[in-house]
Ligand binder design. Structure first.
Ligand code: ADP
Length: 271
């Protein structure tokens, strides 16, 4: 007899639909006199899974924060699908984006943070339903049903009434992953999602994300210091340093035969 406690096929509860690509075009970002991105150009194809690696402080998180519209570029364009984040087309003119445009763009993008960032005063269920109900206007019953499916997928159905402070770091991060997916994003951004976890919890969260990446058609952009995870989850790896892409390629090439000295030095330091 087949086991009755087989977890649901993850693909069944994952968001589906056309995933947009991402394009950075000559993006410059400064913090005061500190030029963090120096005319950065790169693309992520629709449904592609890309990991950014590189030294601390090189600007990787800034790239994700720009996509989440938590930061604004000083120069250049950031495209998500056929739309730019900070500008919108009006007739044949590109004009600065208004709040409505930014709100619409944000709906396509989900992010999982290093520090989980769950709502501490809400239980797990409400953490998952609050965004869909308030931001997307999903009927409550539907949002609850979807939340149950996602919690089942991340293995936390029994924690539906718990508050974040009652959960381990690994459990909180699973809830944060489910919460990001509850918004049915088309692009998922992962920022050092296991670096705040105790070592024994890291693999479980990585395995979950690897399965999600393989079974969904999301466009994925990931920042990590975990090179095995990067190898596992990515179609392509971008080595990033001093505001520019140093080299890029499939994981086997970047980790097996990097062509740039800066990549070799970086990998030697982290592996
Ligand atoms: P990474 O993710 O590669 O470690 P970050 O994108 O976090 O790098 O940071 C890149 C640089 O930008 C660092 O020098 C950091 O101090 C600076 N930085 C990031 N965010 C801010 C901010 N809000 N204000 C000032 N400087 C910042």
């Amino acid at each position: 007899m087949p086991p009755t406690d087989t977890p649901p096929e993850k693909g069944a509860v994952l968001p589906h639909g056309d995933a947009p690509g991402i394009r950075f075009e000559k993006v410059v970002k400064r913090f005061g006199g500190n030029v963090v991105l120096r005319g950065l150009d790169f693309t992520v194809a629709p449904g592609e899974r890309v990991t950014l690696i590189g030294p601390s402080g090189s600007g990787k998180t800034t790239i994700l924060r720009l996509l989440m519209t938590l930061e604004r570029p000083d120069e250049g364009l950031i495209w998500v699908g056929d739309d730019t984040l900070w500008h919108m087309d009006r007739g044949d003119k590109r004009v600065p984006a208004n709040q409505k445009h930014l709100h619409e763009m944000r709906k396509r993008i989900g992010m999982v943070f290093q520090q989980f960032n769950l709502f501490p005063n809400m239980n797990v269920l409400r953490n998952l339903t609050e965004g869909p109900v308030r931001v997307l206007g999903v009927p409550k019953d539907e949002a609850v049903e979807r939340a149950r499916g996602l919690l089942d997928m991340v293995g936390l159905s029994d924690k539906i009434d718990a508050h974040p402070s009652q959960l381990s770091g690994g459990q909180q991060q699973r809830v944060a992953i489910a919460r990001a997916l509850a918004m049915e994003p088309r692009v998922l951004l992962l920022d050092e999602v296991t670096s705040a976890l105790d070592p024994e919890l890291v693999v479980g969260v990585q395995d979950l994300l690897r399965d999600i990446a393989r079974q969904s058609d999301l466009t994925l952009l990931c920042v990590t210091h975990e090179m095995t995870f990067a190898k596992d989850i990515s179609d392509r790896v971008l080595m990033f340093d001093e505001g520019q892409i140093v080299e890029e390629g499939p994981p086997e090439q970047i980790f097996g035969e990097p062509s740039e000295q800066r990549t070799r030095d970086f990998l030697q330091a982290v592996l």
